[in-house]
Design a protein around this ligand. Sequence first.
Ligand code: 8X3
Length: 245
Amino acid sequence: MPTAVVTGASSGIGAASARALAAEGYHVFCVARRTERIEALAAEIGGTAVTCDVTDETQVSDLADAVGPTLDLLLNNAGGALGTDPVSSGDPADWRRMYEVNVIGTLLVTRALLPALVASGAGTLINLGSTAGHVTYEGGGGYTAAKHGVTAMTETLRLELNGQPVRVTEIAPGMVRTDEFSLNRFGGDTARADAIYAGVRQPLVAEDVADTIAWVATRPHHVNIDLLVVKPLAQAAQHKVHREP
Ligand code: 8X3
């Protein structure tokens, strides 16, 4: 049975992707800080829960031990946004945290699991980027900087792994309505989080993104999808969102 590691598996795109990969026949290591949630998910899909903070080197090393010598697929999904301050008043603590979880977390998990991906002879590494890794927007400075970092890391890794049996993909979603992304960004302010999606007929949902991940994973291994940008029909570009009254 092929194996997959999904970080940030406790909710949203991570949980949906764990389910989608399990449906494709993977044994999924469901990785996150919140043990109860990943244990429930692992029980549901016949996977393995591994409690791990991706920014903690020791815990990531324990994760690598739990996974073992070979791994077919790694989905670096853990990440997120904090705040919408303009650069002129950006909060360094928020910026550091976003860099830490989106970039350093991805670095640590990738470093720890790359030998197992190579050892599989046909590894797949998928980084969850964002449209925010390709464009900028007002109030998005800290998050767009971090996601641009994820894009740069993904592209660098593809160059460095050339000749090795590991393909490298970035999935870059636009507007996705999940339970936690916008709520976390706005510090739990439901009204501000809801306003992001106001009037948008059908923002993407986590399952839409999970579907793209399952598709990338199930292409023949010589097919490397470098970058897959996915947005809802209502979002023609980052700033161009159709809203109904
Ligand atoms: C999420 C997309 O538009 O909030 O990664 O930056 S956006």
